[in-house]
Design a protein around this ligand. Sequence first.
Ligand SMILES: *[C@@H]1O[C@H](CO)[C@@H](O)[C@H](O)[C@H]1NC(C)=O
Ligand SMILES: *[C@@H]1O[C@H](CO)[C@@H](O)[C@H](O)[C@H]1NC(C)=O
Ligand SMILES: *[C@@H]1O[C@H](CO)[C@@H](O)[C@H](O)[C@H]1NC(C)=O
Ligand SMILES: *[C@@H]1O[C@H](CO)[C@@H](O)[C@H](O)[C@H]1NC(C)=O
Ligand SMILES: *[C@@H]1O[C@H](CO)[C@@H](O)[C@H](O)[C@H]1NC(C)=O
Ligand SMILES: *[C@@H]1O[C@H](CO)[C@@H](O)[C@H](O)[C@H]1NC(C)=O
Ligand SMILES: *[C@@H]1O[C@H](CO)[C@@H](O)[C@H](O)[C@H]1NC(C)=O
Ligand SMILES: *[C@@H]1O[C@H](CO)[C@@H](O)[C@H](O)[C@H]1NC(C)=O
Ligand SMILES: *[C@@H]1O[C@H](CO)[C@@H](O)[C@H](O)[C@H]1NC(C)=O
Ligand SMILES: *[C@@H]1O[C@H](CO)[C@@H](O)[C@H](O)[C@H]1NC(C)=O
Ligand SMILES: *[C@@H]1O[C@H](CO)[C@@H](O)[C@H](O)[C@H]1NC(C)=O
Ligand SMILES: [Cu+2]
Length: 560
Amino acid sequence: MDGTEAFSPALSEFVQQLTMQLSVPFLLLSLLNSVRGATVVSPAASAAETQHITLDIVNGPVAPDGFTRIGVLANGTFPGPPIVATKGQTLVVKVNNNLTNDTMRLSTAINFDGVFIDTDNNFNDGSPFVTQCPFGPGESYTYTLPLGDQTGTFWYHSQLSVQYADGLRGTLVIYDPEDPLQHLYDVDDASTVLTVADWWHNTSTVGLANYLLTQIIPVSDDGLVNGKGRFQGGPEVEYAAVPVKKGLRYRFRLINMSARANFLVSIDNRTPCRQIIEADGVATEPHDVNILTIFPGQRYSFVVNANQPIANYWINAIIAGGNPAHNPNLNATLSRAILRYDGAPDAEPLVPMGQGPTGADANMLNEWELVPLVPIPAPEPDFNITFITAMTPNASSPTGFNTAWTINNIAYQSPTTPTLVKVLDGETSAADFSPTENTFLFPANKTVQVEIVDATDEGHPFHMHGMNFWVVKSNGSDIINTVNPIRRDVDVTGNGNITLRFRTDKPGPWFFHCHIFYHFVVGLGSVIGAGLDEAAKSIHPTEAWEALCPAYSALPPNEQ
Ligand SMILES: *[C@@H]1O[C@H](CO)[C@@H](O)[C@H](O)[C@H]1NC(C)=O
Ligand SMILES: *[C@@H]1O[C@H](CO)[C@@H](O)[C@H](O)[C@H]1NC(C)=O
Ligand SMILES: *[C@@H]1O[C@H](CO)[C@@H](O)[C@H](O)[C@H]1NC(C)=O
Ligand SMILES: *[C@@H]1O[C@H](CO)[C@@H](O)[C@H](O)[C@H]1NC(C)=O
Ligand SMILES: *[C@@H]1O[C@H](CO)[C@@H](O)[C@H](O)[C@H]1NC(C)=O
Ligand SMILES: *[C@@H]1O[C@H](CO)[C@@H](O)[C@H](O)[C@H]1NC(C)=O
Ligand SMILES: *[C@@H]1O[C@H](CO)[C@@H](O)[C@H](O)[C@H]1NC(C)=O
Ligand SMILES: *[C@@H]1O[C@H](CO)[C@@H](O)[C@H](O)[C@H]1NC(C)=O
Ligand SMILES: *[C@@H]1O[C@H](CO)[C@@H](O)[C@H](O)[C@H]1NC(C)=O
Ligand SMILES: *[C@@H]1O[C@H](CO)[C@@H](O)[C@H](O)[C@H]1NC(C)=O
Ligand SMILES: *[C@@H]1O[C@H](CO)[C@@H](O)[C@H](O)[C@H]1NC(C)=O
Ligand SMILES: [Cu+2]
């Protein structure tokens, strides 16, 4: 809130509406008790310490852009149902595999992207053939995730092959009832979670087969914002409307659920007022930008002050991901949503669909300018490694086109026996892993610096499972910051170099991979083996986990 705008009527009306919808006494009380600076938090804020969640993974029809296809969907929707958590909870997520359609992968495994995984809980990280075997149709697996002190914006997705391109993606927000940045915004609820995602009409299995043959990642048919979008020549599907009330400040939580594409996100008439306050679950000092590029897997929170005239405004989410000539359906301009002020007509903005601010007005986000709210210096490295990424056509493929992406000349290939299974059997030395497992071993409680050297012409968002890293050097900047660099779990390289540092405090194998899953499945991945001797002693999976691999290997190939 700034100034003395008509706050109280607006808020009390808002509170009334909200409480009518939710009728949660706790919320009512907390809102009425604190008028100014009230934060509209999710109803789960009052929930018990353990939250039980069920996700049914089904094949069903879905038509986010008006074209009906069969997807792989959590609870039958795209995006899947939002997971709403509160700091300190333990999430117990029962995932039922109800898949039936073998034109897409029938097995699955779920990763809760960015959620820290406790030391002894590595087996619940959801990484196929690293921390678990996938589970097949008719099976269930329950992920137990103690959230500890972590808060912020996350998501969940299938981690198996490129299956999440078929739709298995959803949001996960951990609300902090005592958010130190609460004074900056008034509203932070389900309506302020924004997702951008690429979308294909065909299955990911067809897409992957084409990719292997042609070396061209299938260009998506469109980009979706909050699960809605349009393709060129398709029906005029109603864009998602994001409701705001004049006079309130909104904490938007933007999640890039792409499997491939990126988006340039801006809001018309927002010059110069979008404050970033979070990157990948790490609270930052407020930082003004007008446009941000967000890569697959990344998340940002930003505050928008609804201080413009009551109207509809475009939220531009210009999609970029491959050469549009490869898919005439893709029209980058059609990827957008509407910021709708209360009192504005139920209609599209009157101005044409634009690309957002350009040139100096763009005020793009420079990652190296982000400053974590809680400073933690990057520790001095005990080990330095270099990853050189490259795309290597596969000479032995019959077409000559078969693609591999490599790190230090090795294309990661999933082993048959998951890394963790081997570790628990006492296989913890380098010789126990084949070269194509690209597994890097370090003792426990050390700091590793990895420089990723990338001379390719594509962006690669590198994602670390289970923990954050310090971004000592961002792509596109020469600044080395070890004092208080941004910490996050996805950082982008591509025709440039980045330097990251992480700790090996959590014994276990952790996936470290490009979050463009088409790159990942053809090799752009590695495993960080942190203190594996310790892991062999400290990790004690459940019987249900032990049963996953025997069940998976007994499946016929079309059910795997
Ligand atoms: C998903 O669907 C199941 C079965 O209908 C339901 O019990 C569960 O609560 C749903 N999950 C979420 C997160 O909404
Ligand atoms: C299975 O998926 C394919 C590809 O999307 C679709 O053409 C087919 O109709 C689906 N089968 C059933 C029984 O839904
Ligand atoms: C999914 O499978 C579970 C466990 O078998 C079952 O309880 C549930 O009803 C199924 N849901 C759907 C939508 O088929
Ligand atoms: C999907 O790809 C297959 C194989 O190329 C093709 O036969 C089919 O028409 C495609 N379906 C859609 C919806 O594009
Ligand atoms: C999401 O990631 C994709 C893939 O890198 C990127 O092209 C797109 O710009 C990102 N979206 C946003 C909103 O930045
Ligand atoms: C893409 O969509 C925009 C907005 O409807 C339209 O102005 C433009 O002509 C379209 N592009 C193409 C190549 O048709
Ligand atoms: C790692 O690299 C840093 C420079 O980035 C250097 O200061 C340090 O001595 C190196 N450490 C080791 C163990 O090689
Ligand atoms: C290269 O092609 C051969 C023959 O098709 C195949 O067996 C092998 O898995 C491919 N390698 C990679 C890294 O894709
Ligand atoms: C690593 O640190 C933890 C916590 O301080 C300690 O319990 C563990 O013994 C240490 N491990 C090694 C190998 O130093
Ligand atoms: C990385 O930085 C270089 C400049 O050093 C720039 O040319 C390149 O586009 C950047 N890559 C990405 C993905 O932003
Ligand atoms: C990245 O590092 C490599 C190897 O040190 C160097 O040759 C290259 O110029 C660097 N790229 C950029 C954009 O700084
Ligand atoms: Cu990549």
